[in-house]
Design a protein around this ligand. Structure first.
Ligand code: TRP
Length: 461
């Protein structure tokens, strides 16, 4: 778009697959260094390849502290395999102990796609939540709500809008003067979706993870920035080690912080604030805490980055006790995309690029048989040169969706490369496995249909 780096656009039809470069350019963390308990198929196969601060969730979990999970759905179109990948992750996170909140983006789809709220509700329940139940989400630990009936997310969108401007949205999303304002408002309400579960009324301060496809990272960057800019106390690593707390004076906290309209500082009030900061962390066990109101900092020389989350939580609690929102930046995990069946990006608006969870088996068979193949042009060449599973849709779909057994998958991979498995045979394996998977899902949909209402939060009933 406007630079020669990788461009990721949540609304675009192009998709970069240069994942190493994406990690680098957007400052993501690789999942390689994380110790993930009971890794799922998607972890084991490196499909979930990057994250931001997901270690916070693992740390909280290992200490027995709560964490939350948030995702959202656009109630338009039909649910396809790409969407099911996020639900697999939510299910895994739920098993790990997370509580789950799911936003139905009915305001967004109303404003940007012309879907009425009533239609949005129908689609959300019949097409999405029905499949969530069938895919095994536990309604007891899950709350589905609608943007239109949860005022707080709209209010937060408005309040957080104060912490950004058009230039930033242009830089993040490539917006320009012709951009419809509904597209500007949607990411702000979505920031409300992502941040509100940590408010006291919705479960309280705890890390919230948002598992997404890499194309959604712009939303996370925006939301993390908004949370950080709204904070009253900042924490950063000191140049010579240690952690440094500083105070961020805004128009909404200046009076409390002892700063008047002319920027004059009330020394007594300031001293009070600094002693409250020290008090808030004193029992964390650091041998030295150096308060320096003149410099506007509190330094903890003995603290390391491993202590940062604990300190930050105390500061956010302090902010909340003083009337601020006290928002922790959300964590996120990123998954790679399965290629679309035609070789292009998977998209609900192009039915041939994907498998819908409600597709007939006969339709699925046709899609797989006609899908992009990594086989050679002739039988002789295929036996001699072997196929390429990396671009073969049938193989990729076994890996992403249908084949649980790692050893079997590794054999299929090497036999394909060796030319022992033919392209047509690979497609047939995929057809068989997909058929099994979809038949099973259909049966589960019937068995779990009565649970759909149990997923709804009180304000969604
Ligand atoms: N905008 C998302 C989409 O296009 C839907 C959404 C709304 C969402 N709120 C969210 C996704 C919060 C993740 C987190 O699909």
């Amino acid at each position: 778009m406007m630079n020669d780096g990788v461009n990721i656009d949540p609304w675009g039809s192009e998709q970069s697959t240069d994942y190493a470069r994406i990690i680098d350019q957007f400052g993501l963390q690789s999942t390689d260094s994380l110790a993930i308990p009971n890794p799922s198929r998607l972890h084991r196969r490196d499909i979930i390849f990057a994250h931001r601060d997901f270690d916070q969730v693992l740390t909280a979990n290992s200490r027995g502290d709560p964490f939350g999970v948030l995702t959202g759905l656009m109630p338009s179109g039909r649910m396809h395999l790409g969407h099911s990948m996020v639900i697999d992750q939510i299910s895994w996170l739920q098993d790990l102990g997370g509580d789950v909140t799911i936003a139905v983006a009915d305001l967004e789809s109303n404003a940007t796609r012309g879907v009425s709220l009533a239609e949005g509700r129908r689609v959300a329940l019949e097409e999405y939540v029905a499949n969530y139940a069938a895919l095994g989400l536990d309604p007891e630990k899950c709350n589905v709500y609608f943007q239109s009936s949860r005022n707080i997310v709209q209010r937060m969108g408005f309040q957080l809008g104060k912490r950004t401007n058009l230039s930033e949205l242009e830089a993040i999303y490539g917006f320009d003067g012709a951009t419809n304002l509904a597209h500007v408002q949607a990411p702000l309400v979505q920031a409300g979706d992502i941040l509100h579960p940590q408010l006291d009324e919705y479960g309280g301060l705890r890390p919230i993870v948002v598992p997404v496809g890499i194309d959604q990272d712009p939303h996370l960057r925006l939301t993390r920035g908004l949370a950080a800019k709204s904070n009253w106390f900042n924490l950063s690593a000191g140049k010579n080690g240690g952690q440094i707390i500083s105070v961020s004076v805004h128009d909404d906290n200046a009076a409390l912080m002892g700063v008047d309209a002319n920027g004059r500082v009330d020394k007594d009030k300031q001293a009070q604030i600094f002693s409250r900061i020290v008090e808030s962390i004193v029992d964390l066990g650091f041998s030295d805490i150096m308060s320096n109101p003149k410099h506007g900092t509190v330094t903890i020389p003995g603290a390391t980055t491993r202590d940062a989350l604990g300190i930050r939580m105390r500061l956010l609690e302090l902010e909340r006790s003083m009337g601020g929102m006290g928002l922790l930046a959300p964590c996120s995990t990123y998954h790679r995309f399965a290629i679309g069946m035609t070789g292009d990006k998977m998209s609900s608006s192009k039915p041939k690029t994907t498998i819908f969870l409600g597709d007939d088996i006969s339709v699925v068979e046709k899609k797989i048989k006609g899908s992009f193949s990594g086989g050679q042009a002739t039988l002789e060449e295929h036996r001699r040169l072997g196929g390429n599973p990396d671009v073969d849709v049938a193989y990729q779909y076994l890996m992403y969706f249908f084949e649980e057994d790692d050893d079997l998958l590794a054999d299929i991979n090497s036999d394909y490369r060796a030319g022992k498995i033919l392209a047509g045979e690979m497609k047939q394996m995929c057809v068989d496995k997909a058929g099994e998977w979809l038949t099973n899902l259909d049966e589960m949909r019937h068995q779990t249909a009565h649970l759909v209402d149990d997923f709804l939060a009180e304000d969604a009933r």
